[in-house]
Structures are given as C-alpha cells and as structure tokens.
Design a protein around this ligand. Structure first.
Ligand SMILES: [Zn+2]
Ligand SMILES: [Zn+2]
Length: 342
C-alpha cells in the first residue's frame, strides 16, 4: 500500500570526497532508494543535526563510503515497506537513530552490549541518512516516538538525547549527587534536564554565554566557563565538548571516587595525565560508544515521563550546510533541526 505516488528522484545532501571543501555538503539529485526485505522507506519530515555529522562532513570522522548522506536523527513517515517488514505501518511515524545494524552473534551482542559490536553499522556513515527527502532504514532499529513530542522536538532525542542518556549512565552519578557537564550543546541540554528531573545537582561549564544562560534557565545549579573550577567538587562529569585539553581540567574538578565520561565520537589529543593528580583516589575516566536499542527505548520513555523538552533551532532541509556552519561556529543554542518541505 502506498499513500501517494512516489517520485523517482529526490534531493539529497552528501559529503564530498575531498576534505575541507566549502560548502561542506553537496546538493545532488538521487534516485529515491528502494527498501530491502526488512527495511522501510521513509519520507523525511525532519532530521536533527548532530556534531557527528559535522565531524563526518569535515572528514574528522573518516567517511566509510563515498558521497554518504549524513543525518541520524531522522523522523519520517513510512511510505513503503519491504516485503518482510511488518513492525511499522505505512503512514506511521518512525525515528531513525545512529545504530543501524549489529551482527547479533558476537560476544558483545550476546552480553547485551550491542553498541560495542565490531560489525555494527551506523546511519549516515555506513548507509545514507536523513539529509535527503527520502531514506531507507531497517525496521528492527527504528523507534516509535512518544506522542508528547512534536516532530521537531523528537528529532534531537534520537542521538543527542540517547547518547547523553548513555553518557549519564556511564558517569555513574549517585542519587542526589553532583554532575558536571563540559560543553552545553544539543546533547548536554537534554542530559541536564533528565538529570535535574531525577534530583541530580547539575553544574555546567562552557565558554558559550547563551548556553550558560540556557543552562540556568533549565535549572542548573551553576554555569561557568569551561576552564573554571565548579563551586563544589563533582561526583561525576560528562565531557561533551570534543576538546581533549579539557580532560585533565574535568578530572581535577572531580571529588575522589568520581567518574568522567567522554561522550563524543571524536576528541582532540588528551594531554598527559598524572596518576597521582588525575586518577588516584579511584577516579575513573571512561568513554561512551554509541548506544544499545535498550538505551534508546529507556531514554524515550524517561524523556516523555520526566518532561524533557528539547530547545530547537530549525532550518529548511536545503540549508543543511548553514546548519553545519552554525554548529561549527557555536551559533546554535539547543539543537539544530532540518525541516523538509511538506
Ligand atoms: Zn555483534
Ligand atoms: Zn549523533
């Protein structure tokens, strides 16, 4: 069943093969992709813009295939189902996130740690994502989005929200504890809301003044510069800024026993750490690698129940490049979301 005739061609925005080109993305005409057996074809309604898209466009994240369409916070309408797809109905809203496929057989998959599957594939890296008028996605990795979220608010939940939630879990902040957030973009502003709603005292450290204002508005206990010392020793911290220099700075702000979780997929070089100064007294430094589908389902449920509300700046889909520029220049407060023409 199809709700209306599908066009043969569509507009898509792709990563050029050369590093450092401007504009960052090239606008191309592509055939509308065909869904595989257990895939659905989605008409893009909105797609969030994540820092990973920027890293990919700039080749800081090495492209895995030529001319990939970025975008892994896609909210779309199912317009066609592959012959074996039955989880979502035609006409239904579906969310597409970063994790796109896992082997299901390796030790990590069997341990419930599918985010660490060596054969995992990712939307907008191994396969085309949502910076296009249509996209194909495997139904098994799709999300049903809680009705309380309109499309533009649902999009940033799909990566910024879910990864922030995974980072929050990895940071092991004790109940009623103090959490530091280094950097305050799309992911941090959602993580802050979730943590505050759960009774955590949140301290935000970022160079951006608008972001500090937003942090206080959302209920943060303090908001200071990225290299300032927070007013209290922290039980846990999450580094969202892709700045390795901030690792020792954040470690120094931890109380003993505290954990620093690095949330990004890309980080500039970390300066030498000193065991006594930075790690002794059982301080932990850890990374966050993608997320499991269970993380995603948990987060969406919690976000709806605890009243998380994404702050978004919208751009027309055709201005994907401007959105990436604004993200690169720290000119986006909250999350950037691309809106397709209806
Ligand atoms: Zn696996
Ligand atoms: Zn992302």
């Amino acid at each position: 069943m199809q709700t209306r005739a599908l066009p043969r061609a569509m507009r898509a925005w792709v990563v050029p093969s050369e590093r450092g080109t401007r504009p960052r993305l090239r606008s191309v005409s592509r055939d509308v992709p065909r869904p595989g057996a257990r895939d659905v074809l989605l008409r893009t309604v909105v797609c969030g813009v994540c820092r990973t898209d920027l890293h990919l466009a700039d080749h800081d994240l090495v492209p895995r295939r030529p001319h990939t369409v970025p975008g892994h916070e896609l909210v779309g309408t199912v317009v066609e189902r592959g012959p074996g797809a039955e989880r979502f109905e035609v006409g239904e809203r579906m969310g597409v996130a970063w994790l796109r496929g896992t082997c299901g057989r390796c030790r990590m998959c069997r341990f419930g740690r599918e985010n660490l599957c060596r054969d995992a594939t990712f939307t907008g890296w191994d396969a085309d994502g949502g910076f296009a008028e249509y996209a194909v996605a495997p139904e098994a990795f799709g999300y049903r989005l809680p009705d309380v979220f309109p499309d533009v608010e649902a999009a940033p939940l799909l990566c910024s929200g879910i990864i922030g939630y995974r980072a929050l879990k990895r940071a092991h902040v004790p109940a009623g504890g103090r959490l530091g957030l280094y950097g305050f973009g799309a992911s941090a502003h959602l993580t802050a809301q979730l943590a505050i709603a759960q009774g955590v005292e949140v301290h935000v450290l970022t160079r951006d003044e608008d972001a500090r204002r937003l942090a206080l508005e959302l209920g943060a206990a303090s908001a200071g510069g990225a290299r300032e010392t927070p007013p209290v020793a922290l039980d846990a911290a999450i580094l969202f800024a892709p700045v390795g220099d901030l690792v020792p700075v954040a470690m120094a702000s931890l109380d003993q026993g505290g954990t620093l979780a690095v949330a990004g997929i890309h980080l500039s070089e970390i300066p030498t750490l000193d065991y006594q100064r930075d790690l002794f007294r059982e301080r932990t430094l850890t990374s966050v690698t993608a997320n499991t589908r269970a993380d995603g389902e948990e987060f969406l449920r919690l976000a709806a129940a605890l009243g998380v509300r994404p702050r978004v700046t919208t751009y027309p889909l055709r201005e994907a490049d401007l959105a990436l520029d604004d993200l690169a220049g720290d000119r986006v407060t909250g999350a950037a979301v691309l809106v397709a023409d209806p």
